[in-house]
Design a protein around this ligand. Sequence first.
Ligand SMILES: Nc1ncnc2c1ncn2[C@@H]1O[C@H](COP(=O)(O)OP(=O)(O)OP(=O)(O)O)[C@@H](O)[C@H]1O
Length: 304
Amino acid sequence: MKRARLIYNPSAGREQVKRQLPYILERLENVGYEASAHATTGKYCAKRAARLAAERNFDLVIAAGGDGTINEVINGLAELPYRPKLGIIPAGTTNDFARAIEVPRSSIEAACDVICNGYEMPIDIGKVGEQYFINIAGGGTLTELTYEVPSKLKTMIGQLAYYAKGIEKLPKIHPVNVRIEYDGKLFEGEIMLFLVSNTNSVGGFERLAPGALVNDGMFDLLILRKTNLADFVRLASAAVRGDHLNDPSVVYVQANRIKVYVDEVVHLNLDGEYGGMLPSEFVNLRHHFQMLVPEKQMRKYLGE
Ligand SMILES: Nc1ncnc2c1ncn2[C@@H]1O[C@H](COP(=O)(O)OP(=O)(O)OP(=O)(O)O)[C@@H](O)[C@H]1O
């Protein structure tokens, strides 16, 4: 019999997975899985639980929570020779990865439909040092805001918590001098931020890196050169509409391997969590996981 392990963060988003746990397990049982659940209790708990599930030969691991939980699950599995199939139940605040692969974010029932229908597609992940990311890596003052927002505040006011923190951080944004090597090419100069994106959904915006596909073996690298604060705010609002890419302050390219060097302390953001400090090398691991996705995503991948 197939076995599924649900790894869920009971504190993610508005805490809906906890309430619907019996429903989720029943849905899995109905399509032939022997299903069990593990509630996370804090940092690295989902990572450990995912590794254990793979070592016990589970067929399917489902990450239920926000992008932080998905990130921990892939980190628990990425280095193992046997990696179970992945599913997700989005229950966080932003749910960037679910948005990118079009897993419904509005209802747990609809997310369960995707898992139970069983359509699969390969997905890429990013590797940086000993860590992995599924959605985005970034550096620069503003990228620090995602891990500075308290979890309680996200539970209370959702996405607004990020905007509030963003406005608070604006006056503190300062340019950093970087040297970025990407697939044999070089960028040098002062920048406000850089993003290494594996998907087209970043911080809730779908048009920030619109060309990023989750299974093309490439990252989309977005660099914002040094600007004044007024231009920074103007570009941020243009980015919501996808109108930022032709701006001379923006560099937007695709690459499989990216190295970022800095002369000062710059923190790294991996899928919204703190990821240590630069310098770093980002490598795209093509088709590293098999993922349960909506039928239309799979068909898009197959070019149908
Ligand atoms: N039981 C728990 N109580 C409090 N925090 C937890 C618990 N379990 C896990 N965590 C923490 O939550 C982090 C992941 O949060 P997650 O991304 O799932 O939800 P979120 O923060 O609400 O959503 P988003 O990432 O979309 O903002 C983990 O890295 C871990 O540190």
